[in-house]
Design a protein around this ligand. Structure first.
Ligand code: 6PG
Length: 265
């Protein structure tokens, strides 16, 4: 059975407000990690949702560009499509255009998944990058300070898609994963790594995600069908940053600041 976890969900009125809350969350977690440990190791997802948040982080008219300790960030990806870095589908390309090209994050601390390589080779190389930069020993699992996730309307997260081999990985940190639903290969962190994150947060928007959010967090535990259910951080806490449309089928938040909690057993 999965470990119990407290899900803290913040419901923002619009996608723009959700992106702003996510930018503030990113900034706060990164600043605390840098203060506590000298470096903030962050793994980000791709897809479309994070783009607005990245743009806010990079916008000189916004406070985040000055708040984030860019010189003490080590940036990783949660997953990548097996395409070249300049491909329209590349998570790296989206992040470079929205964020990396506009912030003072040293290139040597941006760890790209090499989607242009053979999937197995790329996964093995990325695992080595993680082992070397975290200075891991033996079977140690890395503890990222922040892991930022999205969720597909099929309940996938990272590139952990329903009924795919990566869901069954019990030892590796990074694996190639064939996704028949998309007739493509992906590189992804495994759920072992994601659950080791100090702060793990989903950023989810849109009415098309309302039903899957309900099924993942209020429905029966069936992670092969809803891989996001596997995400139960070891720290016992999971944060969801949602717009009102995505949160429509969750219990209305009780707190005045639109925050609710769910206790998953
Ligand atoms: C990817 C992401 C993936 C994403 C979800 C949600 O490579 O696509 O890492 O896990 O977070 O598919 O994507 P949207 O934000 O586009 O809905």
């Amino acid at each position: 059975m999965p470990r119990p976890v407290t899900v803290i969900y913040r419901v923002l009125p619009t996608p723009a407000a959700t992106a702003r809350a996510a930018a503030q969350f990113f900034s706060d977690v990164a600043a605390k990690a840098a203060a506590d440990r000298g470096i903030a190791r962050v793994a980000i997802s791709g897809g479309t949702t994070p783009k607005s948040m990245f743009e806010l982080l990079a916008d000189p008219a916004e406070p985040f560009l000055k708040q984030v300790p860019w010189d003490r960030i080590e940036l990783y990806w949660v997953d990548e499509r097996c395409v070249p870095p300049d491909h329209p589908e590349s998570n790296y390309r989206m992040t470079k255009e929205a964020l990396l090209s506009k912030v003072p994050l040293p290139a040597e601390r941006v760890h790209r998944m090499e989607g242009e390589l053979d999937p197995e080779v790329a996964a093995a190389r990325y695992e080595s990058v993680i082992r070397n930069t975290f200075k891991l020993e033996g079977a140690e699992t890395p503890t990222f300070d922040l892991i930022l996730l999205g969720m597909g309307d099929d309940g996938h997260t990272a590139s952990l898609f329903p009924h795919t081999d990566a869901l069954n990985e019990m030892s590796r940190l990074v694996v190639p994963n064939h996704v028949p639903q998309k007739d493509s290969w992906r590189i992804t962190l495994t759920w072992l790594v994601i659950n080791q994150g100090r702060e793990v947060a989903f950023l989810i928007e849109g009415e098309e995600k309302a039903q899957v959010l309900h099924d993942v967090f209020l429905g029966p535990y069936q992670p092969d069908t809803y891989p996001s259910q596997i995400i139960r951080p070891a720290n016992g806490r999971l944060t969801l940053l949602l717009d009102r449309a995505a949160a429509a089928k969750l219990p209305p938040p009780k707190d005045s600041d639109s925050t609710g909690t769910l206790e998953l057993r």
